[in-house]
Design a protein around this ligand. Structure first.
Ligand SMILES: Nc1ncnc2c1ncn2[C@@H]1O[C@H](COP(=O)(O)OP(=O)(O)OP(=O)(O)O)[C@@H](O)[C@H]1O
Length: 228
């Protein structure tokens, strides 16, 4: 059981790959860090692993099942198996939604009953430490940290088996960073969620990740190498 990307080649312009033959694996119950210089393709690899970007070649497998399509066209069981949190919460939410609606989005898309949605959103709000008064606010009425808490809750709403955190805390202060990392770690400990933590913050990965893979700036070199 694992989330694996094997021999991935992908880019944004034909003939000019950003990643060339890169392999990465995330196991359940572990936090794997992904580091490397700016522009080396960490976010691109994160998108592939989060099933948001289809590789030109290579394969992505979720617990032994090959993913043939990207997120919106993949079967539900694969789509909901991998959650993702991005760096900028403001660019990740519909500005017309309240925080409660942001968190409810994946539950509604999965046709959960109104009662289930309400209960689950309440549980998630407690988990990410968002008080009831914040839940009825729109994104422009809350801080980046509060909005990122809602985005993390949204990513956890369907209890994904894996979570991809792409620079999840890089816009946040130290205490909010610690709080969000704690929430993620609780999910790892309680239900064996596997995590890919992309960050340029070595100090954070040193304390958070059990292993850090470094994506070189020489993209022609193949496998990401374990730093420890
Ligand atoms: N949507 C896109 N369209 C075209 N090129 C892109 C796109 N996203 C990324 N790139 C390019 O792909 C390369 C890798 O970008 P990527 O964001 O994956 O790197 P990164 O390691 O995450 O960088 P950083 O640490 O600065 O966020 C860069 O040269 C970037 O300009």
């Amino acid at each position: 059981m694992s989330l694996t990307a094997t021999d991935i080649t992908v880019g944004y312009r034909r003939g000019s790959p950003v990643l060339d033959g890169v392999t990465l694996s995330v196991d359940p119950g572990r936090v794997i860090g992904l580091a490397g210089p700016s522009g080396c393709g960490k976010s691109t690899l994160a998108r592939v692993v989060a099933l948001l970007l289809a590789p030109w070649s290579g394969e992505v497998m979720v617990d032994g099942e090959r993913v043939h399509r990207t997120r919106h066209r993949a079967p539900r069981r694969l789509r909901t198996a991998v959650g993702v949190v991005f760096q900028s919460p403001r660019r990740s939410v519909d500005p017309r939604f309240t925080l409660a609606e942001v968190m409810a989005e994946p539950l509604r898309a999965s046709h959960r009953s109104s009662r289930e949605v309400r209960d689950r959103v309440e549980t998630l709000a407690a988990r990410v430490d968002l008080t009831a008064d914040l839940m009825s606010r729109k994104p422009h009425e809350v801080s980046d940290g509060q909005l990122q808490r809602a985005c993390l809750a949204r990513a956890l709403a369907l209890q994904p088996r894996y979570l991809v955190c792409d620079e999840m805390t890089s816009m946040l202060d130290a205490s909010t960073t610690a709080a969000l990392v704690r929430v993620v770690n609780d999910e790892v400990a309680e239900r064996d969620m596997g995590v890919l933590a992309v960050s340029h913050d070595d100090a954070l990965l040193d304390v958070w990740a059990e292993r850090v893979d470094v994506l070189g700036d020489d993209i022609a070199s193949s496998d990401v190498s374990g730093r420890r």
